[in-house]
Design a protein around this ligand. Structure first.
Ligand code: DLL
Length: 430
């Protein structure tokens, strides 16, 4: 199913022509309107009219999170302030957030991309959408809210948390799809299990769009089983509208990145050089249609790779593999590079293990992995616990090359965040 078939399956050559045209426009606009880029171009000796091919994008400067912080609050604005219609901020953990402005056209485009993303998995106006992302400054809820309204769905702006009320709404209004973080999805699955709700029997729920945080294939399977749904990966970032940048189609095999709106590069995060298709690196995105706040070569810090083969669904926009981590959330423990996702993969694939975990780093590089047992995971025999603990520690050692202390805790005892999960607590004194 297509929302806009002509653009979603546009011939590659035409798509690339369109991209080039938009890239040229964007380059000219930022040079004329954003002092940050005007100065950068002057420094690098770039004439804004000199972009002649898509490969020329590599002559343009990168933009980083630090640049957005340095130009906070409105230094990146490319339209007069009274043309800005909406402000979102990114969920920064320290200091000032990043402020992201939307014009009327940007709000509309963001919704359009979400509409495309929903419809490609079979969503229609008959569907009922319970939006469990956080409403507010975070883009996660509002942007998808507008997208689902565009499709014509009934939208229930539930926000996350209050699982009792979520269940009531799902039952009373026959919710068919939800959008939520993987951590809340796992929590909700636990809640339903405890309440004796069998989602496939008792609910109308069919699909869950899951994103805003990295998660693994193993977690997808757990959510699919726990909520009785098909899970589609939903990727985006505030700087690029929020959700709706890349979504999975019905094949559930990589996320189509909407290339008429974003120019994609994958680079080696150390050298800044491009990596060949199919190889892992940092995703770098240039906005092609954003009016209020266009960004050139934005360093997302997200590690992924391009799937170069065409998708069977007929869409020509290339797919990204699951984000395996961020180039800056890599942990270095005893000299070894570790991504939290490696630990998650082991835990979520292990039998007897529940749905929440936490990684603590203390002292001089001591790593503890606390993980909840499954509801039915403990038969009261301590030696079984000890065996399970040993097995998990061993599996983790094989995966991350460091043997952590493993702590098995009762179900529903680790903290749950309403927004993004805080999986790693680093109190090391290094
Ligand atoms: O998280 C936008 C969003 C909301 C996307 C809802 C999808 C669903 P930010 O708060 O700016 O925006 O955080 C963006 O979150 O750079 C990734 O590191 C991470 N992220 C988002 N989606 C995924 C995903 C929103 N599907 C940052 N898989 C991004 C892995 C994700 N990481």
């Amino acid at each position: 199913m297509f929302w806009d078939e002509s653009i979603e399956s546009l011939e590659r050559t035409e798509l690339e022509q369109l991209q080039l045209h938009c890239l040229q426009e964007t380059t000219r606009r930022v040079a004329a309107r954003v002092p940050f880029y005007r100065d950068k171009f002057a420094e690098l000796g770039i004439a804004p009219g000199s972009i002649r091919s898509l490969a020329d994008v590599r002559r343009l400067p990168f933009t980083t999170t630090a640049d957005l912080r340095a130009t906070y609050p409105a230094g990146m604005l490319a339209v007069p302030m009274d043309e800005a219609l909406r402000l979102h901020t990114s969920s920064g953990t320290t200091g000032k957030p990043k402020a992201i402005f939307f014009s009327r056209e940007d709000v509309n485009n963001a919704a359009e991309l979400c509409a495309r993303s929903f419809v490609m998995t079979g969503v229609t106006k008959k569907d009922v959408f319970q939006n469990m992302m956080t409403y507010g400054l975070f883009t996660g809820a509002l942007v998808t809210h507008y997208g689902a309204e565009k499709v014509g769905c009934l939208v229930i702006p539930a926000g996350p948390g209050n699982s009792e009320r979520q269940l009531m709404l799902m039952q009373d209004f026959r919710t068919t799809f939800v959008h939520l973080t993987p951590s809340y999805a796992l929590y909700l699955a636990d809640f339903l299990e405890k309440r004796g709700v069998q989602p496939r029997r008792h609910l109308a729920l069919r699909k869950a769009f899951v994103g805003a945080e990295p998660y693994t294939e193993e977690t997808r399977v757990k959510i699919e089983e726990g909520l009785g749904v098909d899970v589609y990966n939903s990727y985006g970032l505030s700087e690029m509208n929020g959700p709706g940048v890349a979504f999975e189609c019905e094949r559930k095999n990589g996320m189509h990145l909407w290339e008429d709106h974003f120019l994609l590069e994958i680079i080696n995060p150390q050298t800044g050089e491009p990596v060949p298709d199919g190889e892992s690196g940092e995703l770098v995105l240039t906005t092609l249609c954003r009016e209020a706040m266009p960004l050139l070569r934005y360093r997302t810090r997200d590690i992924t790779s391009v799937i170069p083969e065409p998708c069977e669904c007929g869409r020509t926009h290339r797919r990204l593999n699951r984000i395996t981590g961020r180039s800056d959330d890599m942990l270095i423990v005893r000299g070894v590079n570790i991504y939290p996702q490696q630990i998650e993969r082991v835990l979520m694939g292990a039998r007897g293990i529940g749905r929440n975990y936490q990684i603590r780093l203390e002292g001089l590089d001591e790593m503890t992995v606390s993980v909840e047992l499954a509801e039915a995971g403990f038969d009261g025999q301590v030696e079984h616990l000890v065996t399970l603990q040993g097995q998990i520690a061993e599996k983790l050692r094989a995966e991350i090359l460091v043997k952590p202390r493993v702590e098995l805790v009762p179900p529903a005892t680790l903290p749950v965040n309403e927004g993004k999960a805080r999986r790693v607590i680093d109190n090391r004194k290094l």
